[in-house]
Ligand binder design. Structure first.
Ligand code: ZN
Length: 143
């Protein structure tokens, strides 16, 4: 992402549209000690633009693991599929929480590929979610 290309007004709008949480792991801004990032759904290196349509909010971890990926492999079928688009697609159609709320489970090829590609159940994320669960902050009621 090139800083300065996206106006503050657009950043604020994207943040509001995203409900102030990561579009992939649903980490809420008030639960993480760093500012959630405005990310390019299609990376600029793959032809993505700075248009509102291509922007969403992501936590540092998801953004870092996503990097310049647009596709991933569904671990169940081996098929290469497009990664989850948090602006166009509904989270709960493609993912669900594990029974204890600590893990994100893919429900579709797209969801499963995204869990793997973005490492959504990495050890740090799962450890943090377990503490959120203990605090009564997680999983989110609407998902
Ligand atoms: Zn995230």
């Amino acid at each position: 992402m090139t800083p300065g290309m996206i106006s503050d007004a657009l950043r604020a709008r994207v943040r509001a549209q995203a409900g102030n949480r990561c579009g992939y792991c649903l980490a809420r801004q008030e639960y993480v000690p760093w500012v959630l990032e405005v990310e390019h759904i299609v990376p600029k290196s793959k032809g993505g633009t700075d248009d509102e349509e291509n922007l969403w909010l992501a936590c540092h971890s998801c953004n870092l693991f996503k990097s310049d990926q647009t596709h991933g492999r569904d671990p169940l079928t081996g098929r290469r599929v497009r990664l989850f688009n948090p602006r166009r697609q509904q989270w709960k159609r493609h993912f669900r929480w594990s029974e204890d709320g600590a893990f994100i489970i893919g429900r579709t090829a797209c969801g499963r590929a995204t869990v793997v590609a973005l490492n959504l159940n990495n050890l740090v994320a799962v450890t943090v979610r377990r503490n959120w669960i203990a605090a009564g902050w997680h999983p989110p009621e609407d998902r």
